[in-house]
Design a protein around this ligand. Structure first.
Ligand code: GAL
Length: 648
């Protein structure tokens, strides 16, 4: 439960550093992340390192007892490197190299850049690897951001061919796996295969799926090369990467396997503005962010590496969203506690001082450009004090698991069947409904152990692992699958037994017809004597299982086979809540309905409540204590943007 901040000493006069460090310490911060964009100041010319300023910055922070998260600066290769080796640039989908002048301008598959990344990483690790202030490393910065998860450079094409050769061994196997007989796409050798970009119309979906796998694997390998160097020269330090929230272009589970800490960057208000929520919801949560955005990502990254944390926490208005509202006073404190209640090892704020130049001059920080306190700083001081009242929080495992599978998400993005909605959105809605029932949720990969869960949810996991289906059957958990579950093979084909593929072993059924529907044509569903709506997706299913709800034409909309349930349309929230209430009862999960703005999270024997709305709410309706003396934090009447916590 450490607090930290992102700091850029290279942006400020050296005469400010000591005072900055003093103020950080006074505020209660323990961690300072530095260096992720500082390559041009560390190595101003090829091979000429200037360590002097960084040595002094590190000693200044260390002198105040602050601990350092030192970053490899590979997200921003300097101009001379790009000019010397233009082959390091990533290429866009139209086959054009991207230019120098912003950030992330490199291709993960460039052998030159791999060499340069290893070189600068090693130089930093040799210089600071055993510095007593350096407690953690961060590799690069936000892999895949700004559309850099894929590059279509000649180097990427070459690496893709080798990847395919390793995966398929023979070109005939590839032709079968991709179904290249369709539209006369047969290849005679791996040399003939290109990346799937700039085609006349859509490229082969299996080809695209493999390119997504390949691109994620390249990032994994790039990261692992840095990790290996850091482990060699900086023993005993943790290694982290800062992922992006709600970002599914790379396989976080695979990358996280080589890291100690899966950190992520939490910008709840910026991402509400960019998301697909209704205008009414966006208006309601304008200054609060969606109540489940941060929590969902906490629960994703909690399962990627042994530890996790928030590397960048939004402190005020950001600069990059369509609209950039300021958080309601209290939200920075609330987000911090929500993270700690989920088991975060640290929360670090982006950034110490608002910078008056460059691309992010409009982005808020803890200090204004003239070094005055901004709202967030006051709230952080509050949290720093409050930590004493709870002590280190224990983490409690949830009883509900939602399975998140990256290749399945990619498959659906590649062949969504029109504007049929997003699987991530489906997963988020399921997650949100569980939280509205007062329940904690884990978001786990297919390889997870399901023994401890009462309810496991498969949100349209299209590429199902048959082994997982068996483990699910043996686990004793109640299972809910939404449509499209099991609808594709590993290669992205329709399975021989049709959808739901291997899930048919748990639920005797076959999807005979599927359709995607416009938002104005909602499939109506009769369940428990009430009429509900689905949206965007509807299936006609043949099954011997028991129907629990019907579409208007009497086809099954909700099927049950023992503990296993299947929904044949994407449900709107009221239908989903209806289904989940019944499933929770079946799985003996105690439900406490929270309403729109209140959310709960349990940490050991401490129960937290968060108010993501403007109104004061009496918390006794969720089982909170009657008297204010029984609260560790906050009170029975929780204020807008407030936090309350009590022992149970
Ligand atoms: C993150 C990034 C930071 C900064 C921040 C602004 O995505 O890692 O460097 O750009 O956004 O919100």
């Amino acid at each position: 439960m450490k607090l930290g901040v992102c700091y850029y000493p290279e942006h400020w006069p050296e005469s400010d550093w000591a005072d900055d460090a003093r103020r950080m310490k006074l505020l209660g911060l323990e961690l300072v992340r530095i260096g992720e964009f500082a390559w041009s100041r560390i190595e101003p010319s090829p091979g000429e390192y200037d360590w002097s300023w960084l040595d002094r910055a590190i000693s200044t922070l260390h002198a105040e007892g602050l601990q350092i998260i030192l970053c490899t600066p590979t997200a921003t290769p300097p101009k001379w490197l790009v000019d010397q080796y233009p082959d390091i640039l990533p290429w866009d989908a139209h086959g054009r190299p991207k230019k120098f002048g912003s950030r992330r301008h490199y291709c993960f598959s460039s052998p030159t850049y791999r060499r340069e990344s290893a070189r600068i990483t090693e130089a930093l690790a040799l210089r600071y690897g055993d510095h007593p202030a350096v407690v953690m490393w961060q590799t690069d910065n936000e892999y895949g951001h700004h559309g850099t998860h894929e590059s279509f450079s000649p180097d990427a094409a070459g690496a893709f061919r080798q990847w395919l050769q390793r995966r398929y061994e023979s070109i005939d196997a590839l032709n079968t796996a991709w179904g290249t007989v369709f539209w006369s796409q047969d290849y005679r050798s791996f040399e003939e295969v290109d990346p799937p970009n700039a085609t006349v119309t859509e490229a082969n979906p299996s080809h695209r799926l493999d390119y997504r796998r390949f691109s994620s694997d390249e990032i994994c390998e790039f990261n692992r090369e840095q990790v290996d160097i850091l482990r060699r020269h900086s023993p005993g330090r943790q290694i982290a990467h800062n992922y992006i929230g709600d970002f599914t272009k790379l396989d976080h589970h695979a990358i996280g396997a080589s890291l100690d800490v899966a950190a992520w960057d939490s910008y709840p208000i910026g991402l509400l503005s960019e998301g697909d929520d209704s205008e009414a919801d966006k208006a309601h949560w304008l200054r609060y962010g969606h109540p489940d955005f941060a929590a969902f990502n906490h629960d994703v990254f909690r399962h990627c590496s042994p530890q996790w944390g928030v590397m960048e926490q939004q402190p005020g208005p950001v600069n990059w969203a369509t609209h950039n509202a300021a958080p309601a006073p209290g939200m920075v404190r609330l987000w911090t506690w929500e993270a700690f209640a989920h088991g975060a090892a640290f929360v670090s704020y982006f950034r110490w001082r608002q910078v008056p130049f460059g691309q992010e001059q409009m982005h808020a920080a803890l200090l204004t450009p003239d070094r005055q306190k901004a709202q967030a700083l006051v709230e952080i001081a509050h949290v720093a004090g409050e930590r004493e009242t709870t002590g280190e929080l224990e983490s409690t495992s949830a009883r509900i698991a939602i399975v998140l599978d990256y290749p399945s998400l990619w498959q659906h993005e590649i062949q969504p069947q029109g504007r049929a909605g997003s699987v991530l959105e489906m997963a988020r809605t399921l997650y949100s409904c569980c939280r509205q029932l007062g329940l904690d949720v884990d978001v786990v990969p297919q390889g997870a152990d399901f023994e401890s869960y009462g309810l496991v949810i498969l949100p349209s996991v299209s590429i199902l692992d048959a082994g997982m289906c068996e483990r699910l059957r043996d686990s004793g958990a109640t299972v809910l699958a939404t449509p499209l579950t099991g609808s594709r093979t590993l290669n992205g084909h329709i399975p021989e037994n049709l959808a739901p593929g291997p899930f048919a072993n748990l639920m005797p059924m076959q999807v005979r017809v599927f359709e995607s529907l416009p938002p104005f044509a909602k499939p109506r569903v009769m369940a428990g004597g009430q009429m509900f709506d689905g949206s965007l997706w509807r299936e006609s299913v043949k099954s011997t299982a028991q129907p629990l709800a019907l579409f208007e034409n009497s086809e099954s909309a909700w099927l049950r086979n023992g503990r296993v349930h299947y929904l044949a349309c994407w449900p709107d929230e009221p239908l989903l809540m209806h289904v989940l209430r019944q499933l929770c009862q079946e799985a003996k999960l105690e439900v406490r309905e929270t309403g729109r703005d209140i959310r709960l999270r349990r940490a050991g024997n401490i129960q937290f409540a968060f108010n993501y709305g403007p109104d004061v709410i009496d918390l006794t309706f969720v089982g909170a204590p009657e008297t204010d003396e029984d609260y560790l934090i906050g009170a029975r009447d929780i204020e807008g943007a407030g936090v309350s916590a009590w022992r149970i």
